[in-house]
Design a protein around this ligand. Sequence first.
Ligand code: ADP
Length: 227
Amino acid sequence: MIRFENVTKIYQKDFPALDDINLEFKEGEFVSIVGQSGAGKSTLLKLIYAEEMPTSGTVFFDEVPLNSISKGKLPRHRREIGTIFQDYKLLHRKTAFENVAYALEVVGASNEEIDENVPQILDIVGLGEKMEKYPHQLSGGEQQRVAFARALIHKPKIIIADEPTGNLDPFSSWDIVQLMLKINELGTTVVLASHDKYVIDKIGKRVVVMDKGKIIGDYEKGKYKLS
Ligand code: ADP
C-alpha cells in the first residue's frame, strides 16, 4: 500500500532527516515506528501525507508515486489518510460533534450525511454520550478520541498517528492504544510513530526502529524486545 524506495529527505544541507529509506507497509497492517526524538519518524509520516516531498527517491501510495500527483489532486490523496497528532488540534469553540462535523462540512456533505455519520463515528470511539461537550470539558484522552473520530470520518484507508499518546498519562495512553488496535481490526491500516518504547512493546505488532534517519530494525509481530 505504501512503499518508500531509496527515499532521502534533507531539510538542511548538512545531514539527512531520512537517509536512503526502503520500506513497505501492507494494507491492513499495524506498524509502530519507534526511535528517539529527531530520528526521522515525523518526516516519514509527512512524506506519506505528501506534506513534504523527498529530496531523492520515491514514495508510492497504492502504486502511485506521490510526486506525480498534481496540487489539485492532493486533497483527494489526503482524504485517504487520517492524521492524529500529539496536540489533538481540535477547534476549541466547537463541540465534539461540531469538530467532527466540520471535517464533513468542508467537503460539502449534506446535513443528513452529517447527522447520520457523526454520531456513528463518535460511538465507535466511545464518545456517544459526550457529543455536545467542548474540548475543555473533556479529558486529554477524550479529546484525542474526538481527533480520532475526525480522522475516521472520511473512512480513510490509513491512519497515521504522530506521538498520539505524548500528552497523556499511562492509563489514557493505553486507552488510545486500544482504540488504534480496534480501528485496525475494523480494517484500517495504522502507522504509529512514538518514542515510547513501552507502549510499542505492549502493542506487540510490527515494529520499525529508526535512528538518525535510518532504519536500524524491522521486527515482525511479537519479535520486538525492549533493550
Ligand atoms: P522525529 O519525529 O523522530 O522526532 P523528525 O522527523 O521530526 O524526527 O526530525 C528528523 C530531523 O529533521 C531532525 O534532526 C529535525 O531537527 C529535522 N527537521 C525536521 N523538520 C524540519 C524542518 N521543517 N526544517 C529543518 N529541519 C527539520
